[in-house]
Design a protein around this ligand. Structure first.
Ligand code: PLP
Length: 449
């Protein structure tokens, strides 16, 4: 029997990334409140949120200071836009703060309302850049299969998710995809290092096939998040860097998940020693308390847009919304003042990763991997052959349901179970996470037993 709220939901709500028919039958889980790393549903169940919402609540739930700053900003200036030669104090201060934390060659920020809008912004900004450089043929974007860059038309096209492309005739023209560095899923016939080089080389092959003069940019996540926490073999980025240095194309690093401390550095560019021309940001920027995203722009790109560009005819009503910007600024200040990013690097992520590796010996785990504050396990029936538990990767959904029954939010991605907890998770909460994850794997193994 569904509650009144669940019935209302079934009657009126069309939800994102959901089978709304199945949802209407089962009734959604209604999350009512949250504190620290815990969520509570309307029935009083408590869950350890090992996904930090959608990879975004870096600071954890319930930080009063963010609510206070939002209230203060809403009282003083609830809205104004950044169009037509205006700005607001929070938007300007936030841009300056991000420039301070970003790699040294990146000193400007273009604000959006989300990560998807930021990648659509990249699409237009990069093409504008090449037009201004007198190279209008440089239009094609190279991305990777199984990448996730958002849900708007250009962002979903930049993404490499087939199940998304099938809906809405995507990708749009001018976007092509190359290999992902997914060793467990696609490379086990060679060493991880060799496979990393092979996956990277597919970028060079594509550049040569299309012609350097027609390629605008390469876009990639530092590690693929929604694709299944796919961490490239160490050789991958080294090889990609060599390829990027050889050809005159721009490099967009999508740090919507990785940015603002998730790797133990402010940005994954610093973690992997990469030098992007543009960085996509969102999520952890405000710890998800309010929607905000943006693009960090390198001096090289900004200079052309500013000196030669005149008007850039692009922007959103909510670009750098003052309340969202004030909350993001406060969020970053707290991350800084409480030394959370340094603590992630020195203490919390090594502990999480050490304990996560204990799952590797579980009979239905083919691989346990992770870096910083993200991790994944691959569910298999047979450790030797890595045969899956059942066809069509349905075991992930089964495992997710056991996790929820055990009070743990983990996300399935096919047969890969992934986590991305708040950066403020304590060691004892990590212990609880691992205990619950082990129990969940036991339950899943017994189900298939
Ligand atoms: N880029 C990456 C790497 C993401 O993981 C996401 C969202 O999960 C996006 C872009 C899209 O961000 P948003 O959902 O804020 O539009």
């Amino acid at each position: 029997m569904q509650s009144e709220l669940q019935q209302l939901n079934s009657a009126h709500h069309l939800q994102p990334f959901s089978d709304n028919k199945a949802l209407a039958e089962s009734g959604p889980r209604v999350i009512k409140r949250a504190e620290g790393v815990y969520l509570y549903d309307i029935e009083g169940n408590k869950f350890l949120d090992a996904m930090a919402g959608l990879w975004c609540v870096n600071l954890g739930y319930g930080r009063e200071e963010l609510a206070e700053v939002a209230h203060q900003q809403m009282t003083e200036l609830p809205y104004y836009n950044l169009f037509f030669q205006s700005t607001t104090t929070p938007a300007t201060k936030l841009a300056a703060k991000i420039a301070e934390l970003a790699p040294a060659h990146m000193n400007r920020v273009f604000f959006t309302g989300s990560g998807s809008e930021a990648n659509d912004t990249n699409f237009r900004m990069v093409r504008r850049y090449w037009d201004l450089k007198g190279k209008p043929n440089k239009k094609t974007f190279i991305s990777r299969h199984n990448a996730y860059h958002g849900s708007t038309v250009a962002a979903a096209s930049l993404g490499g998710m087939d199940y998304m492309h099938k809906q809405g005739d995507l990708p749009i023209s001018g976007i092509v995809h190359v290999d992902q560095p997914y060793w467990f899923g696609e490379g086990q016939d060679m060493s991880p290092d060799d496979f990393g080089i092979k996956a990277a080389c597919s970028l060079e092959q594509k550049i040569l096939e299309i012609g350097e003069d027609n390629v605008a940019a390469f876009i990639a996540e530092p590690f693929q998040g929604a694709g299944g926490v796919i961490i490239p073999p160490p050789t991958y980025w080294t090889e990609i860097k060599k390829i990027l240095a050889k050809y005159d194309i721009l490099f967009i690093l999508d740090e919507v998940i990785a940015g603002f401390g998730r790797t133990g550095e402010w940005f994954a560019s610093q973690y992997f020693d990469l030098k992007p021309d543009l960085i996509t940001i969102a999520k952890g920027m405000s710890s998800g308390y309010l929607p905000i995203g943006g693009v960090i722009v390198s001096d090289k790109v900004a200079q052309v847009l500013i000196d030669e560009g005149g008007d850039f005819n692009h922007g959103f009503t909510y670009s750098g919304h003052p309340v969202a910007a004030a909350v993001a600024l406060k969020n970053i200040e707290i991350l800084e003042q409480e030394g959370i990013v340094a603590k992630v690097k020195d203490e919390i992520s090594p502990y999480l990763q050490k304990r996560w590796q204990e799952l590797a010996s579980h009979p239905i785990v083919g691989e346990a991997r992770g870096l910083g504050m993200v991790a994944a396990v691959e569910l298999v029936k047979d450790k030797a052959s890595n045969e899956r538990l059942e066809p069509d990767c349905k075991a992930g959904g089964v495992c997710r349901d056991f996790a929820i029954a055990n009070g743990l939010i983990m996300r399935p991605c096919g047969d890969t179970m992934i986590i991305s907890p708040p950066l403020v998770i304590s060691k004892s909460e990590i212990d609880e996470l691992i205990t619950k994850a082990k129990k969940t794997l036991d339950d899943t193994a017994q189900f298939y037993g």
